[in-house]
Design a protein around this ligand. Sequence first.
Ligand SMILES: Nc1ncnc2c1ncn2[C@@H]1O[C@H](COP(=O)(O)OP(=O)(O)OP(=O)(O)O)[C@@H](O)[C@H]1O
Ligand SMILES: [Mg+2]
Length: 232
Amino acid sequence: MLEVKGITKKFGELQALNNVSFEVGKGECLGIIGPNGAGKTTLFSIISGFLKPDKGDVRFRGTSVVGKKPSCLAKMGLVRTFQLIKVFKNMSVGENLLVANSNNLDFEKEILKLVDLWDKRDTIANNLSQGELRRLSIGMALATNPKVLLLDEPFSGLSVKEAERLSEIIKQLESDGITQIIIEHKLKELFGITDRVLVLNFGEVIFKGYAEDAIKDKKVIEAYFGKKYVTG
Ligand SMILES: Nc1ncnc2c1ncn2[C@@H]1O[C@H](COP(=O)(O)OP(=O)(O)OP(=O)(O)O)[C@@H](O)[C@H]1O
Ligand SMILES: [Mg+2]
C-alpha cells in the first residue's frame, strides 16, 4: 500500500532524515516512535506531500507520489493529521466536516458517529475538549475517505478515558481495512493498538519489528535513555 524508499532530508546542516525505508501493507497499522527531534513529523510531511525529500521515493499503491501536492494525495486517499490539531475553531463540528469534504455529505452522520461526535455536531469547535478536538481532526481526515491515514501523536493531551475511546476508534478503522501509520510517544497506548513499530533516532531507522522486541533492543534503549542504561 505504501512504500518508503531511501528518504533523505536536510534542513541546512541538520540531517533530519537519512535513508529511511519501510513498507506498510493494506490494512496494517504501523507505529513510529523515537525521541524528540528524531524526524518523525518530517517523515509524515514528506509522505503526505507537505515537504519534498532531497532523495528517495514514496510509492502509494505502486505509484511514485513524490512532488504531488497534499490536496492531490488526499484525493488519492493518502491523508495526515497534525501534531498540533488544525480545525476551524469558530465553526461547529458539522461545519468543520463539511469544509474537509463537502462532497461527502452522505457520510457525515456515519463519520461523526464513528468518532463519537454526532451528539456534538452543532457545538462550536472552540468549546470541545482536547479529546473531542482530536477526534474531530480524525473525522475530518476520514471525510476524505482515506486508504492510508497518518496520525501524528493522536494521544497527546488526552485524558485516560479519552485515550481509551480513541484506541477503540483506531481499532475500528483497522478492522474497516484502513491502513494507518501512527507517530506516538505514549507507548502504552500505541502498543495497545499495534504490535509493529519503526524506531527513528537522529533521522535514521534504528529498529523495525515487533514492539515487544523494540523495548529490549540495545540501540532503542540507548536512544531513549543513554548508553549507561544498556546492559548485557
Ligand atoms: N521546517 C524545518 N526547518 C528546519 N528544521 C526543521 C524543520 N522541521 C523540523 N526541523 C528539525 O528537524 C528535526 C526533526 O524534527 P521533527 O519535527 O521531524 O521531529 P519529531 O521526531 O517529530 O519530534 P517530536 O517528537 O518532538 O515531535 C528537528 O531537529 C527539528 O528541529
Ligand atoms: Mg513530531
